[in-house]
Design a protein around this ligand. Structure first.
Ligand code: ADE
Length: 247
């Protein structure tokens, strides 16, 4: 996969691209990332990339020229999926991460100031927000997206990690996980996990995952299969029973 990121703050990406899994993905040629400082495409003698909004108002607006020039200078830009980072975009989710992980070439456009000249929207395919809050710019948002996409690329996580059991990957939150010791400050690892009985362990995990999703993110409980629906009914009864015991 190739990723191009347009920004006027290229240094913000240094840490993220030079550590851990993304660094390894680049070293192992799963990924090529180019950070493009679109300020260098400004024709202004002071390399300005923003200007006052027509009609007045507060703040500055990114001008279209340097961004159009920078994008058009990317090899294969026409075929690439071009994504503008913006709090006005579609809300990013794991399904977008999966969709992007199948693309050959992604281009992210990170804005600053009050916003983009509206005509820049004509250049991009999608507009993405990472949540209902406003960041100082699109850089952190693009890093979040890149991180979530790169770990899904074939071969990137290797054997030591797997994304198949991630929260959201089957539409549910992941249940609790335990490692050594068996007892920590009186808190015990559930016995079933020590039993070696894979069928029971899988059932336990599925049920805990459903329970956690029911308690924390009931909005995700759509499209359950018959077995999951039965388990969910069991969970609801158990929760009701536990509540009655507390009374
Ligand atoms: N730029 C500023 N805020 C943002 C957000 N929430 N998501 C994506 N890009 C942004």
């Amino acid at each position: 996969m190739r990723i191009d990121i347009l920004t006027i703050f290229p240094n913000m990406f240094t840490g993220v691209l030079n550590e851990s899994i993304i660094k390894r993905a680049i070293q192992n040629n799963h990924l090529e990332i180019n950070i493009i400082d679109f300020r260098t495409y400004s024709k202004n003698k002071h390399f300005k990339v923003d200007d006052y909004p027509y009609g007045g108002g507060q703040g500055m607006v990114l001008t279209p020229e340097p961004i159009y020039s920078a994008v058009r200078d990317i090899e294969g830009w026409e075929k690439a999926t071009k994504v503008m980072m913006s709090p006005q975009g579609n809300k990013y989710s794991q399904s977008d991460a999966k969709r992007y992980s199948h693309k050959e070439h992604l281009v992210f456009l990170c804005g600053h100031y009050e916003g983009f000249d509206e005509r820049i929207r004509d250049l991009v395919d999608e507009e993405m927000s990472i949540g209902d809050y406003v960041l100082t710019g699109g850089e952190l948002a693009s890093m979040v997206i890149v991180d979530s996409v790169v770990r899904l690329l074939d071969g990137v996580l290797g054997n030591e990690l797997s994304h198949e059991e991630d929260s959201f990957s089957d539409g549910l939150l992941e249940g609790p996980q335990y490692t050594r010791p068996v007892v920590f400050e009186g808190m015990e690892v559930p016995k079933v996990l020590l039993s070696g009985h894979h069928k029971n362990i899988n059932l336990f995990r599925k049920k805990e995952s459903l329970k956690r999703t029911y308690l924390r993110r009931p909005d995700l409980l759509t499209g359950l299969n018959d077995e999951e629906n039965i388990l969910l009914e069991e969970i609801k009864l158990e929760i009701k029973y536990d509540k009655n015991l507390d009374k």
